[in-house]
Design a protein around this ligand. Structure first.
Ligand code: GLU
Length: 513
């Protein structure tokens, strides 16, 4: 008789929740979505939220994935109280370091006849499955190994010399329904004789999740709806081991507009790192993920408010309000929210959030000078209302950080220049040349060179003087100073560039015509 597993679970006073990603590549957006709902409830209840790395699938394991999980969840502010990186009372929190913990549980199930060794080769299992499908039989393990010793089994075909796996012996009366905090009573199909210990000595997810949720004192298991069909197996394991199961809440899966599952293979937006690269704000993404399965805030006057903070979400959190129907992952909604959040940032915050993008796109170094930061802040003010993603900033900011003679004129910008472009540029050079400039080129100084004076001079000479409509009058000037068809507001841009740069750019385009 093997040792009885001892319980390390604490007294269930306050809730303990967890997110349990498998490090199989770039973290899935579902990991953030699950973390958010777990965390909202844990914080509301004054409970604990922990991160467990479920790395028992060695074939799909990817070494850098764990760090990406940490980085992306930290970026979103969805942080944990216990985990492999921060430790905690139930360490280790990485399943590959807990193999000795699972062993006695498996031994006990074997000793009690609840589980059995299976020696079938992979080929035999494949053939069996194909035959079952062909003959329209229910699929599932046929229990050839059940009740046989290794020697007895070795006499029969399809025997594998490798170490055996261990399977659950699912009884005919296995419980198939359970209570779900979101869905009420849920029923699931009868499980197959699930493998719980693999030939490599690693438990499968099903064994490890039950043991760890118990050992780590998890009171609420909040996970994706794809695990509903596994829950009866887990409940059976709890029963066999004489353990109290946690409460379950199965979150609706995130779906595309055509109702298909969001997958990392098909949707770039399934990768959590994508949102960061694209310049979404973490607070916008958190708000968006909450709204996927949760209603807007209802104000006192009855109106709905979709923009809310994590704190508000957590304080009012109620499982009953979670919508069990698979939400559509509508990026347009996220774009809208992102714009709202970008505009709400104070200017300094907005400016510093641009820095990683400008560094990535080689516009500024990782250590910009005070002068560069001052100029960036002035440009940032011009673009804050104009972008929906932070990564749109680079194209708008770049012209302010290149030398005048290195400014490239985009083909589409050059292509739309009309015949009168030369005339417009000449008039602008003359008019702007007359503006008294004793300033520094920093917005807001009381130099004569400022947006108001620039605009007045240009209108007078080009719109009134040459009789060209404003719509056409300023296109060539925009192209000259930014190289682009689309740029931050022209007069303010000229003010930031300063007189010398502005004139040199106007002359540069003029000479190239
Ligand atoms: N490792 C599982 C996953 O990546 C966890 C499922 C659960 O939360 O039980 O989805």
């Amino acid at each position: 008789m093997s040792e009885q597993p001892t319980s390390a679970a604490p007294e269930a006073s306050s809730p303990r929740l967890r997110v349990a990603p498998s490090p199989t590549g770039d973290p899935h957006v579902g990991t953030a979505y699950m973390s958010l709902f777990n965390l909202a409830f844990a914080r509301q209840q004054g409970g604990r939220f922990l991160l467990r790395i479920e790395d028992t699938d060695r074939a799909r394991f990817q070494a850098d994935s764990e760090q990406q999980v940490y980085d992306t969840l930290h970026w979103l502010g969805l942080t944990w109280d216990e985990g492999p990186d921060v430790g905690g009372p139930f360490a280790p929190y990485r399943q590959s370091e807990r193999l000795d913990t699972y062993r006695p549980y498996v031994e006990r199930l074997l000793d009690e006849g609840k589980a059995y060794y299976c020696y079938c080769s992979g080929e035999r299992l494949t053939q069996m499955r194909e035959m079952q499908q062909k003959t329209k039989q229910p699929t599932g393990y046929d229990r050839l190994c059940h009740g046989k010793t290794r020697e007895e089994r070795a006499e029969l075909p399809g025997f594998s010399e490798k170490d055996p796996v261990v399977r659950m012996f699912i009884p005919d009366d296995a419980p198939l329904t359970f209570e779900d905090l979101i869905r009420g009573t849920v029923s699931a199909p009868r499980p197959d004789d699930q493998v719980i210990l693999k030939a490599d000595g690693f438990p499968t997810y099903h064994m490890a999740v039950v043991v760890d949720d118990h050992e780590m004192g998890i009171t609420h298991v909040v996970r994706g709806e794809e695990w509903i069909s596994s829950t009866p197996k887990h409940i059976l394991l709890y029963q066999w081991l004489g353990l109290e199961p946690p409460k379950f809440a199965h979150m609706p899966l995130l779906r595309n507009a055509d109702k298909s599952k969001i997958s990392k293979r098909k949707n770039p937006a399934a990768r959590l790192t994508w949102f960061r690269e694209e310049g979404y704000l973490p607070e916008a993404l958190v708000n968006f993920l909450a709204l996927l399965a949760y209603p807007p805030v209802i104000e006192e006057d009855g109106t709905e408010r979709e923009v809310f903070t994590f704190r508000e979400f957590s304080e009012g959190f109620d499982w009953k309000k979670v919508n069990p129907v698979g939400p559509i992952f509508d990026l347009k909604k996220l774009d809208w929210l992102n714009g709202v959040y970008i505009r709400e940032l104070d200017l300094g915050d907005f400016t510093s959030r641009l820095l990683p993008f400008l560094e990535r796109d080689e516009i500024l170094s990782g250590n910009p000078s005070l002068g560069e930061l001052g100029r960036l802040k002035a440009v940032a003010e011009l673009i804050q209302t104009r972008i929906a993603h932070l990564n749109e900033a680079s194209a708008l900011v770049r012209p302010f950080f290149v030398a005048d003679d290195a400014l490239e004129i985009a083909d589409d910008a050059r292509g739309q220049l009309k015949e009168d472009a030369g005339q417009v540029l000449d008039a602008a050079l003359a008019a702007l040349g007359d503006i008294d400039d004793h300033g520094t080129g920093v917005l807001g100084t009381d130099s004569g060179w400022n947006a108001g004076a620039i605009e007045a001079a240009l209108r007078e000479s080009i719109v009134e003087g040459l009789g060209i409509k404003p719509k056409f009058a300023f296109g060539p000037l925009r192209t000259a100073v930014s190289g682009q068809r689309i740029s931050p507001p022209l007069f303010e841009s000229m003010e930031i560039l300063g007189k010398t740069s502005t004139l040199s750019r106007l002359r540069g385009l003029r000479d190239s015509l």
